[in-house]
Design a protein. Structure first.
Length: 138
């Protein structure tokens, strides 16, 4: 299965939230989340905005989520606690996180040990593998 999403027409919805992140709902039914490159730490309020934005896209469904964070992005303690709650994942079927550097891998693995997500969550080194995994869960 080859997944190519390069054009605006490949997305049914694109939502910008402040200067924090962009959500793109693609034709395969995956929500792609791109953190703004200047975001180096995510706090609880930002995650609450993200959950709200996901709700606007998902309605009452749980959707597969693909996340591309900045390479050295961290998460505050309060955000980590919130991210492990069912209420922060009420629109999330599973999360695939793009991990492109060793630093990102270390941060992601540390996060998973401290804050156990209530939905399946895995790291991937490329977008295609992440999408294949997400689509296999639908």
């Amino acid at each position: 299965m080859e997944i190519e999403l390069n054009n605006k027409s490949d997305y049914t919805l694109i939502k910008e939230v402040k200067d924090l992140f962009t959500l793109k709902y693609n034709k395969n039914g995956i929500v792609e989340i791109y953190m703004h490159p200047t975001t180096f730490e995510v706090d609880k309020e930002q995650l609450m905005l993200l959950t709200e934005a996901l709700g606007e896209i998902a309605g009452s469904k749980k959707l597969p989520i693909f996340i591309k964070a900045s390479d050295f992005m961290g998460i505050s303690k309060e955000a980590g606690i919130y991210s492990a709650l069912p209420e922060s994942n009420m629109f999330t079927l599973a999360s695939a996180v793009l991990i492109e550097t060793l630093a990102a891998k270390l941060l992601f693995n540390f996060y998973l040990q401290i804050n156990k997500p209530p939905v399946p969550t895995k790291g991937f080194t490329n977008k295609e593998s992440a999408f294949k995994w997400l689509l296999s869960l639908k």
